[in-house]
Design a protein around this ligand. Structure first.
Ligand SMILES: [Zn+2]
Length: 208
């Protein structure tokens, strides 16, 4: 039965929740001896496959802005030029950082020479063997590291998301006529954001 229009939105939500209960066949929960909101919540969520990069975002101490951009990138929802072009928002789909090819997510992170140099410098400072990987493979490698608990793993995951954020800022700056920094200056900005979050012990890892 539809909720009457004259009711406030909160009352409509309360009445509409009956439909949710019926859809989930969860009425028996109300009549059981112990009602569990957790059980109801899990039933409402349903069965979903866990995304392998979950810990890159969830176990990360980076700023909300950085994590939001990371989340959009990992979901393939960041507004790269190929997407804007397909929506008819722009007539130019060229990568603004290298002007060599179409700007798609896998190019921007990290096939583009500009982006590649930033991530390579970050990896070298972390004393990681630099291996050129496709976007999906890189995400997989960072996701594997995010399962570890040590300081280096935490640092690596945070550098990774901050590097992507920095590249996104630089790409946007280039489009709107802002200042585009060189690789070393980009690395310093990434380091500054990372160092401002971690304690002295982990900060030391950045300067040794
Ligand atoms: Zn490029």
């Amino acid at each position: 039965m539809a909720a009457p229009n004259r009711l406030s939105w909160s009352m409509k939500k309360v009445l509409e929740s009956r439909e949710v209960f019926h859809e989930l066949q969860a009425m028996h929960m109300l009549h059981s001896a112990v009602f569990s909101i957790r059980r109801l919540y899990l039933q409402m969520q349903g069965e979903h496959e866990h995304v392998r990069w979950k810990r890159i975002v969830c176990n990360n101490k980076a700023s909300p802005k950085t994590l939001f951009v990371t989340w959009l990138i990992l979901h393939g929802r960041i507004a790269t030029k190929d997407r804007l072009f397909s929506w008819g928002v722009t007539v130019d789909n060229c990568c603004p950082l290298c002007n060599a090819t179409c700007e798609i997510i896998s190019h921007l992170f990290f096939e583009c020479t500009f982006s590649q140099s930033i991530w390579t410098v970050c990896q070298r400072h972390l004393k990681v063997v630099v291996i050129r990987r496709q976007f999906d493979e890189e995400i997989h490698a960072v996701a594997m590291k995010s399962k570890r608990k040590g300081a280096i793993a935490q640092l690596y995951c945070m550098m990774f998301v901050e590097a992507m954020y920095q590249i996104w800022l630089q790409r946007t700056a280039k489009i709107y006529g802002g200042i585009v920094l060189n690789t070393e200056a980009n690395y310093r900005q990434i380091c500054f954001r990372v160092a401002s979050i971690f304690n002295d012990d982990i900060r030391q890892l950045l300067i040794c």
